[in-house]
Design a protein around this ligand. Structure first.
Ligand code: NAD
Length: 435
């Protein structure tokens, strides 16, 4: 680590002192990844200690008048992990299993991701413990607006810019933008990204994460010397990331043989008709019941025979329990944190290459950055221009990480952490310590 600082950490840093357990605790897993990189890089304690702590954690109560007239209070969070390289950036998740440690981990991964692709942002994340599948549109809108008002203390286009994540979408971003604009007294599109085009959203944002996943996979195929169109693909999750990835892979002539959502999976070794499944889901709001493919259990799904496996749903899907049974040669992490530390180790032993989340799914935050730049300038770019710039950034980051992994003889996750931490360490060191 070449950064120099005169600041010494007060505490003694002992990397990797945690046992490789707690697979289901995302923060614990994230800290294991950090410690592993710190050990390899002989990272200065000053930098490591900073990265081990979130800069700001806000917990809010969100009272909502439900449709039956009762008031229900939801718990929400907004966490800013690090802002050394610019305003904080990261999505908002609505899910019954949201918890503080999960949001902390997701905010940490956003810091690392923005540093790996070299965007001028730090990392943040937010979430509300709720089950939006059991709420009406009106209840979700009222919850979103009150949550936005509660976190408006710390968000803003120059401070912290939320975006969609699991179970949040363009409409929810529009409500957040409107609520924030009402509190400041003028229209402020740059406060969130992933908005509808009509209120300052960017062309290409909806597909951006899936497109980034495709770009890194295509680049990996070129470097590893295999024909992507002959490599069967299985994708877990059919939301924003998974469904757009499936469409883009299929549009490029690749064979997507498996897709799934929370209810189960569809499998056809000859290749699924992705546009037909999109039409089916439009009518039925789910892929369950689609008749032209074999149905597969959620648990068995990840073990389907394939070359490329793209987890694009939730954390901790690839664990010590199923890692030995995974048939894929390449795992491309569309989701954040889908692979536990133990699964990572097993994949390394088995020669399975993992393209880590902080690189593989960085297409989303990259086009969110473009959206924010366009909003701040009130000048909008063509989709062609956006996709070309996205490709340049993602391939540039992939090349840097892949080459470092080869040079240092480490896996791609460790290489990506090394690239990100170097940038973060330099920023922390140059800025110095206040006061
Ligand atoms: P989403 O809400 O649009 O979709 C989530 C999908 O996962 C749904 O199809 C859901 O049914 C499915 N799912 C949930 N639990 C599952 C399970 N146990 N098994 C199988 N499928 C399951 O969310 P999204 O925005 O697509 O996000 C998916 C992942 O990608 C998350 O980890 C998120 O943090 C990450 N991510 C999202 C973006 C983005 O731009 N939206 C960017 C980077 C990373």
């Amino acid at each position: 680590m070449e950064t120099k600082t005169t600041v010494k950490s007060a505490s003694v840093v002992k990397p990797l002192e945690r046992a490789e357990s707690h697979e289901d605790n995302a923060w614990h897993q994230a800290m294991l990844q950090l410690d592993r990189a710190a050990l390899k890089m002989k990272l200065e304690p000053f930098v490591l200690e900073r990265l081990r702590h979130c800069k700001r954690i806000l917990t809010v109560s969100v009272p909502v008048k439900m449709d039956d007239g009762q008031v229900k209070v939801f718990e929400g969070y907004r966490i800013q992990h690090n802002m050394d390289r610019g305003p904080a950036k990261g999505g908002i998740r609505y899910h019954p299993l949201v918890c503080l440690d999960e949001v902390k981990a997701l905010s940490f991964w956003m810091t690392m991701k923005c540093a790996v692709v070299n965007l001028p942002y730090g990392g943040a994340k937010g979430g509300i413990i709720c089950d939006p599948k059991k709420m009406s549109k009106g209840e979700i809108e009222r919850m979103t607006r009150r949550y936005t008002a509660e976190i408006s203390l710390i968000i803003g286009p120059e401070k912290d810019i939320p975006a969609p994540d699991v179970n949040t979408n363009e409409q929810i971003m529009a409500w957040m933008m409107d609520t924030y604009s009402m509190t400041v007294g003028y229209s402020c599109p740059g406060v969130v990204t992933g908005k509808p085009i009509e209120v300052g959203g960017s062309l290409g944002r909806r597909e951006a994460t899936g497109r980034g996943v495709f770009y890194v996979t295509r680049e990996l195929a070129a470097r590893e010397g295999f024909d992507l169109r002959k490599a069967p693909v299985v994708i877990q999750g059919f939301g924003n990331v998974g469904s757009n990835a499936a469409k883009i892979f299929s549009d490029h002539g690749c064979k997507v043989i498996g897709i799934s959502d929370v209810g189960g999976g569809l499998y056809d070794p000859k290749g699924l008709d992705i546009s037909d499944i999109f039409h089916y889901r439009e009518k039925n709001e789910t892929i369950a019941g689609y008749a032209k493919a074999e149905h597969v259990d959620v648990d068995a799904f990840l073990e389907l025979p394939c070359d490329i496996l793209i987890p694009a749903a939730m954390e901790n899907q690839l664990t010590k329990a199923n890692a030995p049974k995974i048939k894929a040669k390449y795992v491309i992490e569309g989701a954040n944190g889908p692979t536990s530390g133990e699964a990572d180790r097993i994949f390394n032993e088995r020669g399975i290459i993992v393209v880590p989340d902080i690189l593989a799914n960085a297409g989303g935050v990259t086009v969110s950055y473009f959206e924010w730049v366009q909003d701040m300038q009130s000048y909008f770019w063509s989709e062609k221009e956006i996709n070309a710039r996205l490709q340049e950034i993602i391939i540039g980051a992939f090349t840097e990480v892949f080459d470092l992994a080869k040079k240092e003889k480490v896996d791609m996750r460790l290489a990506a952490f090394m690239v990100g931490i170097r940038r973060l360490g330099k920023a922390a060191s140059i800025r110095g310590m206040y006061p």
